[in-house]
Design a binder for this molecule. Structure first.
Ligand SMILES: Nc1ncnc2c1ncn2[C@@H]1O[C@H](COP(=O)(O)OP(=O)(O)OP(=O)(O)O)[C@@H](O)[C@H]1O
Length: 381
């Protein structure tokens, strides 16, 4: 899920060291149902359920591992005693707003499942939900790692190879095409919310906790985690499915390079980082943005805020972007292509073009999931 207030964005400049989801492997006690005589407070002060390894919940799931704490839930791995298979259970925090959000997530997951009953479209498979000691619990198929963890484990600072990126991108865009068919925006795509199987070959889009119907797109400048936030959200332009394609463009760049594509401590710095790479925002679109006045004056000059190095105070200056200084091609190919075969160079060029299509500043020009799936970068075997 995304943070309503941007100050709460869940990772700082270097998210690699900051993600909360670390699986803990410990000896697991025998399954045992907890009862009132054993404990009188199930929750921690923040409303998270105090998970106990070995606990049997819903008379069926034997908790074996904690997978991590998000803003809205604690996620555990458990064995389903009915099927003997592993599952992941998302235990929502005890809080009315979060429970309501959980019910909305369930509704969306059910719609997606109905549209893809054979589970071919790479959206996390939702099995069922139940209530446990006042917490809403959602049962999902079990997966292994999220892509932030994959990057950390296999591609620290250098990223993954293009073959892996292609295989993941195909699966992600199949997921996005299903969401589009169901009129759903994910609105929180980032490496943390893309999960892969143990063999790393199957990917599923997960965490539909921020998802909504495309018609509910009220202007809210903190939708989507900051580094993956499309400029139209920041500018207050009515947004649609294209916000998810933007987030995936950012994610794929990061998977390949190990570096975050656009960074900033706030929305203003994000706009600046985006323009340094993608150029000036088209004036016609800026004029449609109900929040553009927070960052641009009447002449459409960009007013950038930055910390004064001496006083530490925030100062605002007009910044002109004549020509992008850190464009995608330079960042991907700038170090030269020496040592690469002709085929590899062509593949990288095709990836640059693909990212260019996913990261068009104009959301109407950004490729759709169907177009993405037909792009030469993805059709090449
Ligand atoms: N089905 C699953 N299999 C394995 N791990 C999972 C599964 N679902 C979630 N996780 C792990 O738990 C983490 C948090 O899950 P999720 O994003 O759905 O919860 P959240 O409370 O919305 O978290 P956040 O606030 O960080 O977005 C994921 O990044 C992933 O590492």
């Amino acid at each position: 899920m995304f943070a309503e207030d941007d100050d709460d964005d869940m990772f700082a400049e270097d998210p690699k060291d900051d993600h909360p989801s670390h699986a803990s492997a410990m000896a697991v006690p025998q399954p045992q149902e907890l009862d009132i005589s054993m404990m009188d407070n199930w929750d921690d002060p923040e409303g998270y359920y105090n998970v106990r390894l070995g606990e049997l919940i819903n008379g069926r799931y034997h908790v074996t591992q904690t997978l991590g704490k998000g803003m809205f839930s604690a996620v555990v791995r458990a064995t389903d005693s009915k099927t003997n298979k592993l599952v992941a259970i998302k235990i929502i925090r005890q809080n009315d707003t979060m429970r309501k959000a959980g019910m909305k997530e369930i509704d969306i997951l059910e719609q997606l499942h109905e549209a893809d009953p054979e589970d071919k479209k790479h959206v996390i498979k939702f099995e069922r939900y139940f209530e446990h000691k006042g917490h809403l619990c959602m049962v999902f198929e079990n997966l292994s790692l999220n892509l932030r963890e994959v990057l950390k484990k296999f591609g620290r600072d250098v990223g993954l190879n293009l073959g892996a990126i292609r295989a993941y991108a195909q699966q992600i865009f199949l997921g996005l095409s299903l969401m589009r068919k169901c009129n759903i925006l994910h609105a929180d795509l980032k490496p943390d919310n893309l999960l892969v199987s143990e063999q790393l070959n199957v990917l599923k889009v997960c965490d539909l906790g921020s998802a909504s119907s495309a018609s509910d797109n009220e202007i809210t400048p903190y939708l989507v985690s900051r580094f993956y936030r499309a400029p139209e959200i920041i500018l207050g332009i009515p947004y649609d499915y294209a916000i998810d394609v933007w987030s995936i463009g950012c994610t794929l760049f990061e998977l390949y390079t190990g570096k975050i594509l656009f960074t900033g401590r706030n929305n203003n710095q994000m706009l600046r980082s985006i323009m340094e790479c993608r150029g000036k925002y088209p004036p016609k679109l800026l004029r449609r943005g109900s929040l553009a006045h927070l960052h641009f004056d009447d002449m459409l000059n960009f007013h950038g805020t930055e910390e004064d190095k001496i006083t530490g105070r925030l100062v605002t200056k007009i910044v002109d972007f004549k020509k992008p200084t850190r464009d995608i091609k330079t960042r991907l190919m700038g170090k030269g292509t020496r040592g690469m075969s002709d085929v590899e160079v062509k593949d990288l060029q095709s990836f640059v073009d693909f990212l260019d299509r996913c990261l068009s500043l104009n959301p109407e020009k950004r490729c759709t999931p169907t177009e993405a799936l037909k792009h030469p970068f993805l059709t090449r075997k």
